[in-house]
Design a protein. Structure first.
Length: 288
């Protein structure tokens, strides 16, 4: 049992760093994913994950696999796409989801092309799918910093964020914080995707954000419980995915996301608040 579940994380430093990075990512990305889901912006997370690619690729083109360069580039690209999508939605006939879809496709193609100009296919795979087993101290500090800032910021804007999820029209009628809260939240989404990019790559970074949140929703509708369950599910997915990767010799990043996918599928079947089996079981109706 020790060799199966604990040994890899005791004997190997790279497994320890991968586990710490995965736990930190789940702690920050889980709550962000819950609010994305509650705001019906789940697909926006996927679009933004691809939007950071050209900035990160430009940083790679200039400085190679440099953490500061790729981080700054990814942040700049993500913010730029979010702002541009909002402007297009405001000044044209296109809705924000359509403009985001357009920008995400262009960003993905541009990012892949930029990496291909200088790097090999191995470099491209690292950018697209991440290298969670190669996390160094600098990457862990970056992820920990993003997670800490995310939790502090969410605590400060929590009430406004919840109100905007439940009734944005009421929030606009009683306060002017709706727009600032929305912009701050978008910044948190981009930051967590950039942090996830370091470990899981641009194609998988959104997985640890959305799959635990979607699975948690099938167990409860209480927001506080949703946040806690999403974080726990993300952490468990990181741990399980790393174990599967170590023992089966498969890539770690996809293993983590597949573990989160298993949680989602189990929740889909057995969830007590909307799962398939729960809906099929007849319930006793109230009698007059």
């Amino acid at each position: 049992m020790y060799d199966l579940f604990i040994g890899p994380f005791v004997e190997f430093g790279f497994m320890q760093r991968a586990l710490v990075g995965s736990l930190a990512l789940a702690l920050g990305a889980g709550p962000v994913g819950v609010f994305l889901m509650l705001r019906r912006m789940s697909l926006m997370g996927d679009a933004m994950a691809h939007a950071i690619l050209p900035g990160a690729a430009l940083g790679y083109l200039i400085a190679g696999l440099s953490l500061p360069a790729m981080t700054i580039g990814g942040l700049a690209a993500g913010v730029a796409v979010a702002v541009l999508a909002g402007l297009v939605a405001r000044f044209t006939a296109l809705r924000e989801d359509a403009s985001l879809a357009a920008f995400y496709l262009v960003s993905l193609a541009l990012g892949v092309m930029l990496v291909s100009l200088r790097g090999s296919n191995v470099d491209l795979l690292h950018v697209l799918f991440g290298t969670v087993l190669a996390l160094d101290d600098a990457a862990l500090i970056l992820i920990a910093g993003i997670t800490s800032l995310t939790l502090i910021t969410l605590a400060l804007i929590y009430r406004g964020l919840v109100l905007e999820c439940i009734d944005p029209n009421f929030l606009r009628s009683v306060s002017r914080i709706g727009t600032p809260v929305h912009l701050i939240f978008l910044a948190l989404v981009v930051m967590n995707l950039v942090g996830g990019f370091q470990a899981l790559g641009t194609l998988l970074a959104v997985g640890l954000m959305m799959l635990p949140a979607a699975g948690a929703r099938l167990w409860t509708t209480d927001i506080a419980k949703l946040l806690g369950l999403a974080v726990l599910a993300g952490m468990a997915s990181g741990y399980a995915g790393l174990l599967v990767s170590y023992h089966a010799g498969v890539p770690a990043g996809p293993s983590i996301i597949l573990a989160a996918g298993v949680f989602y599928l189990v929740s889909l079947a057995f969830g007590t608040d909307g799962g398939v089996i729960r809906r099929l079981i007849p319930t006793r109706h109230l009698e007059a």
